[in-house]
Design a protein. Sequence first.
Length: 357
Amino acid sequence: MLIDALLFAGGLVALVAGAELLVRGASRLALSFGISPLVVGLTIVAFGTSAPEMTVSVGAVINGQSGLALGNAVGSNVFNVLFILGLAAIIAPLAVNLQLIRQEVPIMIGAALLVMVVSLDGRIGGFDATLLFGLLLLYTVFLVRQSRRQGAQTGDYGTGPVPATSSRLVNTVLLVAGLALLAGGSEAMVRAAVSFARSFGVSEVMIGLTIVAVGTSLPEVAASVAAAIRGERDIAVGNVVGSCVFNLLGVIGLGGLAAALTGAGGLPVPASVMHFDLWVMLAALVACLPIFITGREVARWEGALFLAYYVAYMTYQVLQARQSPELQAFNGTMLGFVLPLTVVTVVVTTLRGQARR
């Protein structure tokens, strides 16, 4: 237990340091290569901070823990939107780039729907996984080309002077060092957390949806919070959206490919994930759209609402794991009161926002 505690603390320190280096290096590199900070957040930062999810999920498949692999990707997306975006918005209201509203969030929702469709037969096979990962590659190429084309048309490659080649090298070193610290710190924290969870007899699907999902998403927490504090709000929001797309297409795609190559016939989709957790994930992603549209920012109260829903989601997972008799009352309260009230609030706020415009 003492070794696990030390691993957890050491991992946390590495995550904080790595996030600072990653955001600093990535935001500066955006200027030198003619790529906007938003696209850097959607690609370099998002993919880099999602590397732990990929590593853990592929390793879980190879080790025969397929439930942990899929639970990690789905749980990380729920955590990304409800916890990370909520926390970053509470720190500083997040202005939302119009490109996110018109393009990236619909793509994110479309990717979630695609994952749900290919999961209907209870398994993500080799063809499904290849399709998902191939779409991720196309999406990345499209974003980079779009950003460079827009920069060439407007002559706007960001703010401030373009860094020299030597400065590019320094920033690249910062970015790589940040990624290394993030990956190492996340791995240490996940190992410690999984050890704690298993000592209480928690299932691997539950571990994936909660402990591992939170652990592997801590790089996103550190990167988005650091970006929000530094005023790089495009990176803070773009990191969350990009990480969700990467988890859906990249992490699940590579996990499915690994499962197919190891002879497992694909990545199994547990019934509990199909009937509940995937729907919670989709609802969280869809909720971004009206909130982003309203005033084109994530206000502090909206961030608090997201955090409250993540607490409710985790409460459900704990009650479900314990088979608590309080679960039925909790479900009734959420479905009969909290969810309808939230829907009404979001609809009214959205209409008011549109009326002001």
